[in-house]
Structures are given as C-alpha cells and as structure tokens.
Design a protein. Structure first.
Ligand code: ATP
Length: 306
C-alpha cells in the first residue's frame, strides 16, 4: 500500500498546482473583464465616508440579460452594525459583495454609502473605503511580513506584529524558523485555508477600513480554527459597518440582522432568534446544518475510538 500511496500523493500535488494556476488565471481574467465594464464618470469625486452606512435600494442585477440574479433587493447596514447575508448556494450572496465593490454596474436601483451613489464616486476611493476578507486570499510570493503589510504599505514592524497578534496568527509565525521573514506562496511555505484567512484579517486590521466585507470560507474548518478565526473577525468588525457573506451559518448568530436571500429576493429577515422562531427557510437551513455538523462529530468520535 505504501508503494501506491506515494505516487497518489504526487498526483494530488500536481493536481493542486495546476488547479491553483488556473484559479490565478481566472482571477486575472476576471479583473481584466471588470475594468472594461465599469468606468469612472468624468466628474467622479472621492467618496466621503462619514459613519459608513451602506444601503442597497431596490437593486436589480443580472450577469447575463436572460438570467436575473437580484430582482429588487433592499436592505441597509447601519453604521457600525453587522448584517449577514445567507441563502442557498447560487442565491447571489457573493454577487452582493462584488456589487458593493462596483465590480459590475447594476441595471436598476442604487447602492449608496453614506448617501452617495457608488456610481458617482471614483472606484479608487470606493475600494479604499472597504476592507475585504475574502474566501480565499491570494498571497504574494514574498515574506509573511510583506503579505501582512500589503494592507498598509507604510506600516512599521511593530504595527505588523500587532495586527498579526489580533488576527491570531502571531503564534504560528513565531514558530516558523524564519518567523516574519518566512517566504510564503509559490516558492515558500504553503498556508492552509485558515492561516491564509488570518493573514487576510491581519491585512485588514492594518488597513483599518470604515466598511468591512467578510466572505466567509465555504470549506469547513476544524472547530478550534473556526473559533480562532471567529474571535479575530469579531475584533476587526467591532464598531465597523460589516457585511458578512455567510456560506455556513455558524458565524451569523451574533449579527444585528440576517437577510435570507432566495430566488432573487429577500425571503426572510431578522435576528437569529427571530428567524428560528419563524420556522421558515432559515430555520430549516439551520436544522440541516446542525444535523450535518452532528453527523461529522459522530464520525470523528468513531474514528478516534478506533
Ligand atoms: P455560494 O453560496 O454557492 O457561493 P452565492 O449565493 O454566493 O453561492 P453567487 O456567487 O453570488 O452565489 O452567484 C449567483 C449566481 O450567479 C449563480 O447562479 C452563478 O452561477 C451566477 N454567476 C456568478 N458569477 C457569474 C459570472 N461572472 N457570470 C455569470 N454568472 C455568474
């Protein structure tokens, strides 16, 4: 069996390398595509961020004219509050985050930040005001310090360390032989999904944006990592206007409002307790997820018992 497992591992390694390469190319094309589609108005001004209130007002959007993704979605993220978007796969959750960044223009309605339509302001000022912790962070083939400092290039070493501490990644870095000078990415060490996400959180802490967007990882993390990431996220989002795109439900319990997106519209909205009490779509999604988690837990215990 050992003889077989080595080549299999190797094939797995090659597969992952190729897939990563393709992902990077896809992302590059996405960016190229986007820059053609959205342009600044000739008189575009810089966004003036006050408290950082975000509003989606009757937003209609389709990538392809034949298939409407959002059919009149309205919600508000009051300054300093957290709103979570949940819903079935493909409902348009990540689309909402792309629209706030204005990677695409909407067909009807408006997206406003502190009352300013995002189509009227420069893209640079808009994107500068929003911090993004993406599902999968792209790391540069450079040191881990460089990758964190990317959030604010003139940050000094002390700030980088503090950000890493708040993001709960400093212990991991200190255990590396080269510490903050350790190379990551292509030619260096590969970080796990949870570690990458914490690097992204550290970047965002350095950037200190008034508005925060969290695109939660789709893949399940182990309970300990998930808790560490959750407490790091709680720290960054405190007092900041935060929009959480939740693919799992564990992180939304404490949100000020949860919006359930389905069939292009808002099916339900309220706090976690409100929505459970309603016994609708959210409640059934919650039940299903809890069953899945419990099944996983039983499986793990059975394995450990072996
Ligand atoms: P998940 O939880 O599975 O990540 P989601 O709710 O975030 O799903 P979106 O990524 O917003 O879903 O996608 C909404 C719909 O839009 C999907 O049906 C998807 O296939 C489609 N879509 C997403 N991106 C594009 C694109 N660039 N061009 C065309 N269609 C797209």
């Amino acid at each position: 069996l050992m003889q077989l497992s080595v080549p299999l591992n190797f094939i797995g390694f090659i597969y992952r390398e190729i897939r990563q390469g393709l992902t990077d190319i896809e992302q590059m094309f996405d960016l190229l595509d986007v820059s053609q589609e959205v342009t600044d108005k000739p008189d575009a001004k810089a966004l003036v961020v006050g408290t950082g209130r975000v509003e989606f007002r009757d937003v209609h959007f389709a990538y392809d004219p034949n298939r409407q993704i959002l059919k009149g979605v309205s919600f508000e993220v009051p300054a300093g509050k957290t709103v979570a978007i949940v819903g079935p796969s493909g409902a348009g959750k990540s689309t909402i985050s792309r629209l706030l960044f204005r990677f695409y223009d909407i067909q009807q309605g408006a997206i406003l930040i502190d009352g300013q339509d995002i189509r009227d302001v420069s893209q640079q000022s808009l994107r500068g005001a929003i911090g993004m912790v993406p599902q999968d962070t792209v790391l540069f083939n450079d040191t881990i310090a460089y990758n964190i400092r990317y959030g604010r290039v003139n940050a000094d070493e002390e700030d980088v360390r503090k950000a890493a501490e708040l993001a709960q990644i400093s212990g991991f870095i200190q255990r590396l032989p080269d510490g903050y000078k350790a190379m990551v990415g292509e030619r260096g060490l590969k970080l796990s999904g949870g570690e990458k996400q914490r690097v992204a959180i550290a970047r965002t802490i350095l950037k200190a944006p008034p508005i925060l967007m969290l695109d939660e990882a789709t893949s399940a993390l182990d309970t300990q990592t998930e808790q560490e990431i959750q407490s790091a996220l709680d720290l960054v989002s405190k007092g900041r206007t935060t929009l959480v795109i939740a693919h799992r439900l564990s992180t939304v319990i404490s949100a000020d409002e949860i919006i359930v997106l389905a069939d292009g519209g808002i099916a339900e909205r309220g706090t976690h307790a409100d929505l459970l009490a309603q016994g609708g779509l959210y409640a059934s999604m919650w039940d299903r997820q809890r069953e899945a988690t419990e099944a996983e837990e039983r499986l793990r215990q059975a394995r450990e018992g072996d």
